[in-house]
Design a protein around this ligand. Sequence first.
Ligand SMILES: [Ca+2]
Length: 304
Amino acid sequence: MQYPPPGVITAAETFLRDDGEANTTNLFLEDSEMKKLAIILAVMGLVWAGTGIASASYHFGDDFETAWTGDYASGWANIEYAHGAASIPKMTQYTTVTANGHTITPLSGLYFMGLQVTAAGDPATNWWGGVKPEFVSASALDRQYSPWVSVSFYDYGVGLPAPQLSAVPNSSDPDDWTDIQMGQRWDRTDNYWYAESMNFPSQWVKTTVARSVGWHELKFAQDTAGYITYSIDGTPVGTTTTAYLDLAYPWLQIQFDYDDFGAEVYFDNFQGGSTIPEPATILVWGLLGLVAAGYGVWRRRRAA
Ligand SMILES: [Ca+2]
């Protein structure tokens, strides 16, 4: 079989909203303009600690409660692929999967809607599909800020298909396009797996966590040394072998067998963030200003 592909994201940093107010950590805000984009952007709450030293909480997410039109939720896009034609996933707001299994605190307190990702590419060439958020600040996910990314997914308890959380963290090797992945595998019915691919192919590691029907949470969290820990439902199950510069470019993936074309998987509560101390706060606010002015920090990974 083919292992899931390393994703190649050529552009990431787009829009961020600075509400300009002092907030408590992880406070979510929604304004009329962002409603049109059907995403929740919660960014940059200044938190003053008891010592008087300011720190900032950067938080982004999408709970998929707001409807969208077209094949991609607002703020989301297809992901590129370095080894051939890009997959063609389709994003649909779902209402049919029970919310009763949710154990993760939702972004906005709403469990009703989620994200269905359906394989919609050419079944002769695609065995996966991936969608990427375009509202994430890569610079705020630098390892010095202890960044994290998580998502809930629904496991039907069968072998097919497989929802996965992925990211393409930067390393010090300019030719590297390593990605990290975590979740189900389409041809495994026992436990959850994670992978770290230094270029190609991926090296999958079986966790000790058995698959079970219902909602589960996948999470990446990076320490200041650069290593990224994989967790399932709050339990750490492994760590990357490489120290990365950041936890940038997260994305969601569906992986399936060719014969299962049209398969679909379910996600909800995609989110992430970091903690930024005062000196960096100034820098990030400056970066936010640049973004607001229309400058994106564009990054291109080498296509193999
Ligand atoms: Ca939701």
